[in-house]
Design a binder for this molecule. Structure first.
Ligand code: ADP
Ligand code: MG
Length: 273
């Protein structure tokens, strides 16, 4: 069995059966998504589903719209047209009217976001950084937040760094703390936007290892990445974006071994170089 099939078999074993998964509403459904900035249309009609416990990777050249797509999902941007549903609930509209800011904030709590920049508070310890949102947003007590934070820190293999300040950690360790911070909100989905792009190769691997664990444990994930070997290994589905459209998509084995689109072929050749 290849690594991807092995990972998906483990997910099925640890969670719902594939029949149950396909019967359930998709965790995320994107329908006819458009986004324009002024007269530039950056997303030109994108639709896809992400089912619970699966990993979608998005690849594509710089400027193809990957970050904008993630930012629409967590409503850091407002789509120009189309809709995004999280477990059946629109992040855009309610009874035909735009969502209130309060609604947007509530929906956003269920999405764990990991960016290229870690943005940890320098004046807080690692544990305090992770406790912050569960305390202030979820309203957990200090003891509850501490327990959740420590558990999430253990998951990224940094249990012994709870009392360290971010500046004392490597970039890879800081990004793992940022992942723990997102996990501490118990998100329905984890969104990663080039989480390893600012890291040296040797630090990249430790972050990918954590992401690989999350995938294996059945975390629903959308991953924007330049790490093609990683995308191939962990993804259930891969989308190649080009100029704001899905140029090609499918299972990783098909996309990476037998790309149909000439543009994807060229992109993969460049990515290997
Ligand atoms: N806030 C913004 N205002 C104007 N243009 C933007 C904004 N955000 C992104 N863009 C433009 O949208 C296009 C896609 O950007 P982006 O989604 O960041 O692509 P990717 O993440 O694939 O590199 C780019 O041409 C970029 O300049
Ligand atoms: Mg980007």
């Amino acid at each position: 069995m290849n690594a991807a099939a092995d990972a998906s078999a483990q997910r099925v074993a640890s969670g719902a059966s594939s029949a149950e998964q396909s019967a359930a509403a998709p965790c995320i459904r994107v329908v006819g998504l458009h986004k324009r900035f002024g007269d530039q249309e950056v997303l030109k009609g994108i639709s896809f589903d992400v089912h619970r416990g699966t990993v979608l990777s998005m690849i594509g050249a710089s400027g193809s719209g990957k970050s904008t797509l993630l930012r629409c999902i967590n409503r850091l941007e407002t789509p120009s047209a189309g809709d995004i549903l999280i477990e059946g609930e629109s992040v855009c509209l309610r009874n035909g009217k735009p969502r209130s800011m309060a609604d947007v904030n509530r929906i956003r709590r269920d999405l764990g976001m990991v960016f290229q920049q870690f943005n940890l508070w320098p004046h807080l310890t690692v544990l305090q950084n992770i406790m912050e949102a569960p305390r202030s947003v979820r309203g957990l007590s200090r003891a509850e937040a501490r327990a959740v934070a420590q558990e999430c820190l253990d998951r990224v293999h940094l249990g012994d760094k709870a009392d360290a300040y971010p500046a004392r950690l490597s970039g890879g360790q800081q990004q793992r703390v940022a992942i723990a911070r997102a996990l501490a909100m118990r998100p329905k989905v984890m969104l990663f936007d080039e989480a390893t792009s600012s890291l040296d190769p040797e630090l990249t691997e430790e972050v990918l290892a954590v992401m690989r664990d999350l995938a294996r444990e059945g975390t629903t994930m959308i991953v924007v990445t330049h790490e093609m070997a990683f995308a191939r290994e962990v993804s259930d589905h891969v989308m190649f974006l080009h100029n704001g459209l899905v140029d090609e998509q499918g299972p990783p084995a098909d996309l990476f071994s037998a790309p149909r689109s000439e543009r994807l072929r060229q992109f993969l050749t460049r990515a290997k170089a």
